[in-house]
Design a protein around this ligand. Structure first.
Ligand SMILES: [Zn+2]
Ligand SMILES: [Zn+2]
Length: 371
């Protein structure tokens, strides 16, 4: 079938909105009519080359939509179901899924090529017929996509697609960074560095877990203001400017949990976060960063203060359990999702949307597909 999608062709290029040919779903695959997609910072990392992927590629991995066709062996969802997409599959049976760590499911291997699990393409460029991948084997910047059933989770039908798409990545990642990654405990002093689409949910997670003090370091004034509405207790333009207050609150020892959710992290910034992490504290890294092997930390502090650095993918969540749970919490008014959406865009406005993200205008932009 003919579909329309935003494709990135080269590092440093612009998103190009074009017609694509989409194959039929195979045995274990589903065809999804994508209704909404989060405009996540990660997709921009494929444009900048911070995360190397095989180009050209259809963008987008935070999707929500309706199942319109299923392969002959699909059992997880059926036609008509509302679903959100999982950027890491949750197969349920591999070594990691079986141990409650779907966020590192073995079937996530090779997803940088964006092809289906058998290595073949589902999207094809309209002019040449060349097969191309979709981001994380999805491609939610197209108005339809085909993916493996293990990359879907069924949604309640009374949830808006616009908020549902965000829960499939940014919300789960940020919330889980605090609740699972810290884990933040009642009474903790927490610092969140960077409050975009992920960090804002780390603030919500820390609040939900019962932190006494949730400090935020964020250079953009609008985001600092929003963070106070999401549960931050104090906001600062930088870690440096938060240091005095951290000292006052912790008898000079440092925070219990420092969560790094900036747009792009490097070894120096991680070093700063580690430094303000206190004795027996955890420095949580839930950000995309450089592949350089350099973190500016003192090995002696690491040992003497029994600190931890915890890497966090997908908020250490098991999405088939945690996505429905987060949506239930939203329905009960215990987490904010509508407030995360600063602006919505059409597919033709994808480049504009990313320009807005870079200029700090958005907590999260959402692409609404027209059908
Ligand atoms: Zn994302
Ligand atoms: Zn698995």
């Amino acid at each position: 079938m003919k579909v329309r999608g935003a494709v990135i062709h080269e590092i440093g290029g612009e998103w190009k909105v074009e017609d694509l040919e989409l194959d039929e779903p195979q045995d274990f695959e589903v065809l999804i009519k994508v209704m909404a997609s989060g405009l996540c910072h990660s997709d921009d990392h494929f444009v900048t080359g911070d995360i190397p992927v095989t180009l050209p590629m259809v963008g987008g991995h935070e999707g929500a939509g309706v199942v319109v066709k299923v392969g002959s062996k699909v059992s997880r969802v059926e036609v008509g179901d509302h679903v959100s997409t999982l950027f890491i599959p949750a197969c349920g049976t591999c070594r990691y899924c079986a141990r409650g760590m779907s966020y590192i499911c073995n079937n996530g291997a090779g997803m940088e090529h964006g092809m289906a699990m058998d290595g073949s393409a589902r999207f094809h460029l309209a002019d040449s017929g060349k097969g191309i991948g979709g981001v994380t084997r999805l491609g939610t910047f197209a108005n339809h996509l085909v993916c493996h059933e293990s990359q879907t989770v069924k949604l309640p039908k009374d949830i808006g697609f616009d908020v549902a798409c965000l829960v499939s990545c940014g919300v789960a990642t940020g919330y889980g960074a605090a609740v699972n990654g810290g884990p933040v405990r009642a009474g903790d002093v927490v610092l969140v560095m960077g409050v975009g689409g992920v960090g804002m949910n780390a603030v919500q997670g820390a609040k939900h877990a019962g932190a006494d003090h949730i400090l935020v370091a964020e250079p953009v004034e609008f985001k600092r203001k929003m963070a106070l509405e999401f549960g931050a207790t104090e906001v600062f333009p930088s870690i440096e400017e938060a240091k005095n207050r951290i000292g006052e609150l912790t008898n000079g020892q440092g925070v219990d949990v420092a969560i790094v959710t900036v747009g792009r992290v490097d070894g120096d910034l991680l070093g700063e976060a580690f430094e303000v992490t206190g004795k027996a504290g955890t420095c949580v890294l839930a950000a995309v960063g450089s592949y350089e092997k350099s973190i500016a930390i003192s090995p002696q502090d690491f040992t003497n203060f029994s600190k931890r650095i915890q890497g966090v993918l997908y908020g250490l969540c098991n999405p088939t359990v945690d996505i429905p749970r987060l949506l239930q919490m939203y329905k009960e008014g215990r987490i904010k999702l509508d407030e995360l959406i600063t602006n919505t865009y059409t597919i033709e406005q994808v480049n504009e949307a990313y320009a807005d993200m870079h200029s700090g205008k958005n907590i999260r932009g959402v692409l609404i597909h027209e059908h």
